[in-house]
Design a protein around this ligand. Structure first.
Ligand SMILES: Cc1ncc(COP(=O)(O)O)c(C=O)c1O
Length: 394
């Protein structure tokens, strides 16, 4: 009856949402599915926000008439960026957004047109693919090497054409948990600069690294005016529900990103901007992140051990960052989504099929380990019994 727009026709299915929907018909499930810290937002953020809400009658109103809120948050973000990237962005280079996703979408809409080519490292975060689809641009899949999910500069260089507009990098990566080495970051920078491209850099998991800190492309001065950085409070402060993030770009680009973001959101939620201000200004914010990363790191050790004990079913590589592990499964002749569904039916454990993250994810499962180690043990006790049952049946 209705004729939909071209841009929503064949829109990639949000695989994570559909597996969560499938799982909702089963009782007593354990979710390693959706990517979010399973810890509450730090208590002090609620307490301080509550106190401020009592004094601020306008906290439930749009913030765009109150430049002091935006100014304060941008000042704190600038100080954080000095600490993390070695330079202080001006307020004109920052845009406050509805989550990292708002920063990404506004950036795509500001920069990318129909038929432009966008480099998508495969596998990566599937919502990027949906957003690229909505801009009617073409994602060009550049596979990571299966061995170590390492970056391959030659493959990237050979994928660049006259139509290439931007390179999209998620670092640390969702779903593989890999981070680019300094050598690879420098190779990437050479390709970006020599081809006069823009790097769209998604660092939603910036603080979530385990063995070594991130060497961000933004540490390289030559990339500063060629990068759109998209960051988020969701994962680093366990604030997924608050919907607050930001973009950094040149003033010219940032003003366009700001306009686009205004047209689909007016502004980020006022209470969330204040909550983000509290998270960044109180030393307990950094401490809460460190404690959460420590807990997630313990879960990472446990999930690696438990997977290692199931060599007949899984092979995997230990993630260096984010909170995902991406094992390959063996012995089941079915698609990854079918296998994820089988696991839900047989064990109640929710995972996500790897092909949702790009063609190279075929035959893999994404597991999120952003909760307590006890949850990982509980999930793998069930998977262990499933494996014993499956072997008996063979
Ligand atoms: C790589 C990556 N970027 C961005 C996001 C979006 O996060 P948010 O909009 O909550 O900041 C996610 C969420 O899972 C993600 O994994």
């Amino acid at each position: 009856m209705f004729k939909f727009t071209e841009r929503v026709t064949d829109l990639p299915d949000a695989g994570i949402k559909s597996i969560m929907r499938y799982a909702s018909q089963f009782k007593d499930t354990i979710s390693l599915g959706q990517g979010m810290p399973l810890f509450p937002t730090p208590q002090f953020i609620f307490e301080e926000l509550l106190e401020r809400s009592m004094q601020d009658k306008r906290i439930g109103m749009y913030a765009d008439g109150r430049p002091e809120i935006e100014k304060h948050l941008k000042k704190l973000i600038a100080a954080q960026m000095l600490d993390e990237y070695g330079f202080t962005p001006s307020p004109e280079e920052l845009v406050l957004t509805v989550g990292g996703i708002g920063a990404l979408f506004a950036s795509f809409l500001a920069l990318i047109e129909k038929n432009d080519e966008i480099i998508y490292f495969d596998p990566s975060y599937p919502l990027h693919l949906s957003q690229i689809h909505l801009t009617q641009a073409k994602p060009v899949f550049v596979p990571y090497r299966e061995e170590g999910w390492a970056f391959d500069a030659d493959k990237l260089a050979s994928a660049i054409t006259k139509k290439t507009k931007a390179i999209l990098l998620t670092n640390p990566n969702n779903p593989t948990g890999t981070i680019l080495s300094e050598t690879d970051v420098r190779k990437l920078a050479n390709i970006v600069v020599s081809n006069d491209l823009i790097l769209i850099l998604d660092e939603a998991y910036f603080s979530l690294t385990y063995d070594q800190p991130l060497f961000s492309p933004l540490l390289l001065p030559e990339l500063r005016n060629r990068t759109i950085l998209c960051r988020s409070f969701s994962k680093e402060f366990a604030m997924t529900g608050w919907r607050i993030g930001y973009a950094y770009a040149t003033p010219e680009l940032a003003s366009k990103i700001f306009n686009v973001h205004t047209y689909f959101s007016v502004c980020p939620p006022t209470p969330s901007m204040i909550a983000a201000t509290i998270a960044l200004s109180d030393p307990r914010g950094k401490q809460a992140t460190q404690e959460m990363v420590q807990k997630i790191s313990e879960s990472r050790t446990v999930i690696c051990e438990r997977l290692q004990n199931l060599p007949q079913l899984f092979s995997f590589q230990a993630p260096q960052g984010a909170f995902y592990i991406f094992p390959k499964f063996h012995g089941f002749e079915m698609s990854d989504t079918e296998f994820a569904k089988l696991l839900i039916r047989e064990t109640g454990v929710i995972t996500v099929g790897g092909s949702n993250m790009g063609p190279s994810g075929k035959g893999y499962l994404r597991m999120s380990f952003a909760g307590d180690a006890s949850l990982i043990h509980k999930a793998f006790d069930r998977i262990d019994s499933f494996v014993i049952r499956a072997i008996r049946l063979k």
